[in-house]
Design a binder for this molecule. Structure first.
Ligand SMILES: Cc1cc2nc3c(=O)[nH]c(=O)nc-3n(C[C@H](O)[C@H](O)[C@H](O)COP(=O)(O)OP(=O)(O)OC[C@H]3O[C@@H](n4cnc5c(N)ncnc54)[C@H](O)[C@@H]3O)c2cc1C
Length: 438
């Protein structure tokens, strides 16, 4: 140590990691295990706040999908960037890592993996314990304000100290800096997009951040009236005002008092957010959109038509709800009838050809008008962030800034619901840590 308390060469650590979230905890543990002196700086008084909140406090920590299938869910650019990371640390290895840390895991529907305890706190505690036991030092209440290069060191400056005469903050120096302060979703947890400004000052290209995995808002009162109704088997398709298809997802959807939630709606929300952000930038009115919900995805139009005709011939005059098998909630059937312009739950025998056609169309595509998302406050992740071409996909090191690695949600990466975003945080953290420890 030098006289000012620094280690040899004017450094405070071999590696400084900014942000003790999913990615930072993983990277700090991996670097420290490889023998590096690691200092992990966290803005808030605790680590892994989003891990604690994740999966409805159960933490969907990864997926049962294989690495290539999982990477494909991040879109063309994301897939190209993540393929190597996911092959290097496949979902099955993330699972194995947690099992080795004492967190047994279980499969769940829709390709999800949860801790067997169903407790997110077990995942967070395991990550933190792993980092500490490997020797990483964790410093809380240490909000980073800037990151810059001075000589051969990365200088990580903490927010200004009111007690200092110059108002400046303490500076931590290290030859390698790992930046993973997250995006700007759920800002109340501490992620307020701080990293974007540091990267901008370093001359890096940023893709405008927009909320992703957010509930959708609708101003239609009939939608609010269906609040609480979930459609487990639904295919959701998002269309813009011109009728162009923006995306589709076969996932459950939930009606809420503000619009739509559930994975079917949230997975598509990024398209709504992007279109709205683009309109705001142009000073234009945000575009109208609609989410079309196929309420009976396992029955095609022809078979549905045949079923209604057949029900019309059955003695006892069964009504529409019974003809459909009695599984769809009545209020939802009424909404489809209203969209089709037919009376509520009519006897099947009374449904004429034109009405039958309109009903089949409404059941195969109940149109919910969408006017936006609930924004960053309710978004599970941030789409946009550091442009991927700035980063080496093998090491997460910035191409223009040797020794500086960026990973996790700060990157322009966002996957759908299902453990994919933790998978991305862990896999990119692993590559950054391996490179930084070399
Ligand atoms: C409600 C909710 C539920 C979710 N559920 C799931 C799920 O079940 N499965 C899944 O895969 N994904 C889920 N996600 C997404 C997942 O939480 C993120 O993808 C993941 O946490 C990103 O990891 P990260 O380490 O990059 O960022 P974060 O986990 O956000 O960590 C960033 C850390 O950096 C700290 N920080 C920020 N600024 C500074 C600064 N200036 N100085 C120092 N530290 C700073 C923050 O306080 C935070 O601790 C969920 C998200 C939310 C909000």
């Amino acid at each position: 140590m030098s006289a000012d308390g620094r280690k040899g060469g004017g450094r405070d650590a071999d590696v400084v990691v900014v942000g003790a979230g999913a990615a930072g905890l993983w990277a700090a543990a991996a670097c420290a295990r490889a023998g590096r002196d690691v200092l992990l700086l966290e803005k808030t008084p605790r680590a892994g706040t989003k891990v604690l909140a994740s999966g409805g406090t159960r933490c969907n920590l990864t997926t049962t999908l294989g690495p290539d299938e999982a990477a494909r869910l991040f879109g063309t650019k994301g897939e190209r960037f993540l393929r190597g990371a996911f092959r290097g640390l496949p979902p099955v290895a993330v699972r194995g890592h947690f099992e080795a840390l004492g967190v047994a895991t279980v499969d769940a529907p829709l390709d999800k993996v949860f801790p067997a305890s169903q407790r997110a706190v077990d995942v967070r505690d395991a990550l933190l314990r792993d980092a500490r036991e490997a020797g990483a030092r964790v410093r809380y209440d240490a909000p980073v304000a800037d990151v810059r290069r001075e000589g051969d060191a990365w200088c990580v400056e903490l927010a200004g100290d009111a007690n200092r005469v110059d108002g400046g903050g303490e500076v931590v120096r290290a030859p390698r800096a790992l930046l993973c302060p997250g995006g700007m979703s759920y800002p109340r947890t501490g992620t307020t997009g701080d990293g974007y400004a540091w990267l901008e000052r370093l001359g890096c290209e940023l893709i405008d951040p927009v909320p992703a995995l957010a509930p959708l808002s609708s101003d239609a009162p009939w939608v609010h009236d269906l609040s609480g109704i979930a459609v487990q088997d639904a295919v959701c398709t998002l269309f813009d005002a011109s009728g162009a298809k923006l995306g589709a997802r076969e996932r459950p959807v939930l009606f809420t008092h503000r619009g739509l939630s559930g994975p079917g709606a949230m997975d598509l929300s990024v398209h709504v957010a992007r279109a709205h952000a683009a309109a705001v930038k142009r000073g234009a009115v945000p575009p109208a959109m609609r989410l079309s919900i196929d309420l009976v995805p396992t029955v095609d139009r022809e078979a549905l038509r045949a079923r209604l005709i057949e029900a019309g011939r059955v003695p006892g005059r069964p009504r529409l709800a019974r003809a459909l098998g009695g599984e769809l909630p009545r209020r939802l059937i009424d909404a489809a009838c209203a969209q089709a312009g037919v009376p509520s739950n009519p006897p099947a025998a009374d449904i004429g050809k034109a009405d039958r056609h309109a009903l089949v169309e409404a059941l195969k595509g109940l149109d919910v008008p969408i006017d936006g998302t609930l924004g960053f406050d309710f978004a599970e992740v941030t789409a946009g962030g550091l442009a991927l071409h700035e980063v080496s996909p093998a090491t997460m090191e910035l191409r223009a800034h040797a020794g500086l690695h960026v990973f996790g949600e700060l990157l322009d990466l966002d996957g759908p619901i299902g453990g994919l975003n933790f998978q991305s945080a862990f896999a990119t953290a692993e590559l950054a840590a391996r490179a930084a420890a070399r």
